[in-house]
Write a protein that binds this ligand. Structure first.
Ligand code: IMP
Ligand code: MG
Length: 185
C-alpha cells in the first residue's frame, strides 16, 4: 500500500513538547486531586489517544486502571461524517466505576457524544471526559468536556498521537501543515 510522503519539513510546530508536558502534568495533578479515594478507570480511545494516555497516566499519582475502545467514522481522511462505528469495545464492565474518557481531540463532537451515550447506558458511578485538544469552532453536537489541555483553531493538526494517513503520530509536538504538505508529489 502506498504511503503518503514523510514531510516534517512542511509542518509548523504549534504546541511544543515542553508545553505539552507541562500541561499534561497539570491535568494529571488535577485529576489525582479530583479522584482521590475513588476507583478510577481511564478509557482511552484508540489510536490517537495512546500518546496522551501514556504521559497522562504517569502524571496521575492515585491508583487507577486503563482500558481501550476503538471507533471509526465513515468519510474522508480529514473530515468526520457523524456516523460512528465501534471497532473494539471495553474488556471489562464499568458499572459502578468512575470512568474518565481520554480523548486526543474533540472536533465535531460526534465520536465523543456517541461514546458518552454508549457508556452511560452501562451505569458507571460517574463519567467525565479529558481531552488534550478542543477544536471547539468545529463543534456540531454539544458535549461536556471536564478537562481540556488546549483549545486549538480550526486547522488540521498532527503529532503526539494524531495522524495524517496513519503517519506522524510519533512526533513529540503538535504541528500544523504548511504549504505543500498535502501535495501528491
Ligand atoms: P469528531 O467526532 O469530529 O469530534 O472527531 C474525533 C476524531 O477525529 C478524533 O478522535 C481524531 O481521531 C479525528 N480528528 C479530528 N480532528 C483531527 C485533526 O486535526 N488531526 C487528526 N485527527 C483529527
Ligand atoms: Mg482518531
Amino acid at each position: 500500500m502506498a504511503q503518503v510522503p514523510w514531510r516534517v519539513d512542511r509542518l509548523e510546530v504549534y504546541i511544543t513538547e515542553e508545553e505539552l508536558q507541562k500541561r499534561v502534568a497539570e491535568l494529571g495533578a488535577q485529576i489525582s486531586r479530583d479522584y482521590e479515594g475513588k476507583d478510577l478507570l481511564l478509557v482511552a480511545v484508540l489510536k490517537g489517544s495512546v500518546v496522551f494516555l501514556a504521559d497522562l497516566m504517569r502524571q496521575i499519582t492515585i491508583p487507577h486502571s486503563i482500558d481501550f475502545m476503538a471507533t471509526s467514522s465513515y468519510g474522508a481522511a480529514t473530515e468526520s461524517s457523524g456516523i460512528v462505528r465501534i471497532l473494539k469495545d471495553l474488556d471489562i464492565p464499568i458499572i459502578g466505576r468512575n470512568v474518565l474518557i481520554v480523548e486526543d481531540i474533540v472536533d465535531t463532537g460526534h465520536t465523543l457524544s456517541y461514546l458518552r451515550r454508549l457508556l452511560l447506558e452501562r451505569e458507571p458511578a460517574s463519567l467525565r471526559v479529558v481531552t488534550l485538544l478542543d477544536k471547539r469552532e468545529r463543534r456540531e453536537v454539544d458535549v461536556p468536556l471536564d478537562y481540556v489541555g488546549f483549545v486549538v483553531p480550526n486547522a488540521f493538526v498532527v503529532g503526539y498521537g494524531l495522524d495524517y494517513a496513519e503517519l506522524y503520530r510519533n512526533l513529540p509536538y503538535i504541528a500544523i501543515p504548511k504549504e505543500g504538505f498535502f501535495d501528491e508529489e
